[in-house]
Design a protein around this ligand. Structure first.
Ligand code: CP
Ligand code: NVA
Length: 306
């Protein structure tokens, strides 16, 4: 049994399989072909933080695969009343086939997985967001082909998305140009789990414009992630120069793409003319969450089917 708690949990070969499988599953959806390999299977979705895309993509995706979902939040379950995570994991995984969790500290999802009888998927923690990067790379491949050898510019917070991009670059052979304000750098030890990353898989730039130079993809995220709201004012000041605008896009390659995991704040981390402009693929990126997660759920429950 496999869990999907961080990007580094799968090999490059497994990603190649998942990307090709996601394309096939997306094709079936687009041509209204019924595909119910997960009939009678149930996905439990546990949300300790808010969500639009993750909830809708997992829920709609599971129904499309013929399965069902159970939706739990901290407020409407015993999770919010201090039932031990180990007990919750043992109980929930006796009644369902797959569990997706969105929570705060990564150790919580790791502990749940340890006591779970069924595969556990990370739907975002403070440290990682692997399903999003799975969708982002699938979207890049759809538009531009293989991401190997390419340059991804990360402009903004050294957060869960940045950590996950680093793991992906290490594994899939591309380079991340990282530019974060002072005090908000990526914690490399955390990102790589103490492992030695592939030489050259990332480079650090103090000026975001330099990070964008020659990039094939420019990407950013909110200045304040969920759980860090108390730092909002300090972050607003610190991140003022880390707003992706048309000048930064002009420094990137002429055919560079723009991505944002959403939700976005126009006028903060990205200007409206970039996110709503011709280089932006954010709507494909959001839709692809569903297609890649369908491939992921199929893989975790049925293994390689093709
Ligand atoms: N990108 C993403 O995970 O969005 P939600 O917070 O809406 O799920
Ligand atoms: N970094 C953001 C991503 C939201 C999808 C957060 O953790 O809130």
């Amino acid at each position: 049994m496999k869990h999907y708690l961080q990007f580094a949990d799968f090999s490059a070969d497994e990603y190649n399989y998942l990307f090709s499988r996601a394309a096939i599953i997306k094709g079936k959806f687009k041509s209204y072909e019924k595909y119910h390999p997960l009939a009678d299977r149930t996905l439990a979705m546990i949300f300790e933080k808010a969500s639009t895309r993750t909830r809708v993509s997992f829920e709609a995706g599971m129904y499309q695969l013929g399965g069902s979902v159970v939706h739990l939040t901290t407020g409407d379950s015993q999770l919010g009343r201090a039932e031990p995570i180990e007990d919750s994991a043992r109980v929930i995984s006796r009644m369902t086939d797959l569990v997706m969790i969105r929570t705060f500290g990564h150790e919580k999802i790791a502990r749940f997985a340890e006591y779970s009888r069924v595969p556990v998927i990370n739907g975002l923690t403070n440290e990682f967001h692997p399903c999003q990067i799975l969708a982002d790379i699938f979207t890049f491949i759809e538009h531009r082909g293989s991401i190997a050898g390419k340059v991804v510019a990360w402009v903004g917070d050294g957060n869960n998305m940045a950590n996950t991009w680093l793991q992906a670059a290490d594994l899939l052979g591309f380079t991340v140009h990282l530019s974060t304000p002072g005090g908000y750098e990526v914690d490399e030890k955390l990102a790589f789990g103490g492992r030695q990353p592939r030489a050259g898989c990332y480079k650090i730039f103090s000026n975001p414009m330099d990070a964008c130079r020659g990039a094939d993809l420019v990407t950013t995220d909110v200045w304040t992630s969920m759980g860090y709201e108390a730092e909002n004012e300090a972050r607003r000041k610190a991140f003022a120069d880390w707003c992706v605008d048309t000048e930064m896009m002009a420094a990137a390659k002429p055919d560079a793409l723009f991505m944002h995991c959403l939700p976005a704040h126009r006028g903060e981390e990205v200007m409206a003319d970039v996110i709503d402009g011709p280089q932006s693929v954010v709507w494909d990126e959001a839709e692809n969450r569903m297609h890649v997660q369908k491939a992921l759920m199929e893989y975790l429950l049925l293994g390689r089917v093709a």
